[in-house]
Design a protein around this ligand. Structure first.
Ligand code: MG
Length: 382
């Protein structure tokens, strides 16, 4: 089917999702309106020269002057800071904004794009985890579509298309199990960052790769799914599926289960968000099920992978607890990568942080308070 390419802004274009999105744009002939990076000047410059965006944001102000000098010969507007990022996100020069910024900093740009009424392709899961109520309320108020880019949520979204009016029993959220599937706590004691950074199926950035190894990533995805699809936490079942071929499934009232299959390549869900409701050929391999042969499914080990248990506890309580947990986890992952805490401490401290009282309403200032609380908690415990 012929697909009319939409004009795109990519926030976080030098990260793993951003770079793959640009491959999709190049292959599909999508015009690029805006790009942003935090501080990767060299790669952002290369991208600007190749994709000719009209607006670009280098969000770390310390890199603003030097980056501007790099592209001084080009007709491109250069922004900086979180305000610059929000200005770019809300710039209606793009028909669709892909938010693949890493971490909590993605929340304000998400709200800015929705405020401007621009379709949002969302790859920044932290913003839905921490500010899901805010983001979904804003999307409803403005009548704007949020198209999930995370492979599981894209799969669920695709399975629900055409059946929005039908009663959904549950979502079966698949998990690869990460590199430490089947290991005991004792075996995880000596895990180093290098070991945790090797994911068997997906190639991703460092933060999400560590989150995948602790299963916190799956926990954050459960929280994301609660908001995106308006279901109760208990309607989501995490299923370990080592092959990463079934990207998630849904079960309807009649017990019919629909799943979306495909090779584990993020370009497929990224492209689907950009072409929705149409489809087009994707620059990726094809799935050959007979070569794969066997697909396996099992229950996650919540006693070993405490981070997943912590995320399920946080969403069960609701309110600001997911924001608190997410902020604690962001800091613990950074400390683990710096060699300052052990692998098991990530989950143990994440779980312990939920003993804090964090009962306020989900507002931007409430989220900031939860983050400050998270910071104080982590400082006390290392
Ligand atoms: Mg995922």
């Amino acid at each position: 089917m012929h697909c009319t390419p939409k004009t795109i802004t990519i926030l976080g274009s030098t990260g793993s999702i951003g770079r793959q999105a640009l491959e999709v744009c190049e292959a599909g002939g999508f015009p690029v309106y805006g790009l942003s990076a935090h501080k990767s000047e060299e790669l952002l410059e290369q991208q600007v020269r190749r994709f000719h965006p009209q607006v670009v944001c280098i969000s770390d102000p310390d890199h603003y002057q030097s980056f501007r000098a790099r592209v001084a010969d080009l007709p491109v507007k250069v922004l900086t800071g979180i305000d610059g990022l929000c200005e770019l996100a809300g710039d209606r020069g793009a028909e669709i904004v892909l938010n693949s910024v890493m971490g909590m900093i993605g929340l304000r740009p998400t709200l800015a794009a929705l405020d401007a009424g621009i379709t949002l392709a969302l790859a920044n899961k932290e913003t839905l985890v921490a500010g899901g109520e805010l983001v979904m309320a804003k999307a409803r108020e403005k009548g704007v579509k949020i198209l999930p880019v995370d492979s599981e949520h894209s799969a669920i979204f695709q399975c629900l298309e055409g059946y929005r009016q039908c009663k959904l029993n549950k979502i079966l959220l698949t998990a690869s199990g990460g590199p430490f599937f089947g290991k005991t706590r004792a075996e995880l004691e000596s895990i180093t960052p290098e070991m945790a950074l090797k994911h068997p199926n997906w190639s991703m950035g460092a933060k999400i790769t560590i989150d995948s190894s602790t299963l916190m990533n799956k926990g954050l995805e459960v929280i994301e799914a609660v908001h995106l699809f308006g279901v109760k936490p208990e309607q989501i079942e995490v299923v370990v599926h080592r092959e990463s071929i079934v990207h998630s499934m849904v079960e309807f009232e009649d017990y019919a289960v629909l799943g979306q299959f495909g090779v584990p390549d993020m370009k497929i869900p990224i492209q689907f968000a950009l072409t929705y409701p149409q489809r087009m050929t994707c620059p990726t391999g094809r799935l050959d099920l007979t070569k794969i042969g066997t697909l396996t499914f099992s229950k996650p080990d919540l006693d070993t992978f405490v981070s997943l248990k912590a995320a399920l506890t946080a969403i069960g309580r609701g309110g600001l607890y997911p924001a608190l947990l997410n902020a604690v986890n962001e800091q613990l992952v950074a400390l683990f990568l710096q060699g300052k805490i052990s692998f098991l401490s990530i989950g143990d401290l994440a779980m312990e942080s939920l003993n804090l009282r964090c009962d306020g309403p989900v507002t931007l200032s409430g989220i900031q308070e939860a983050e400050a609380m998270a910071e104080a908690f982590v400082r006390q415990h290392i």
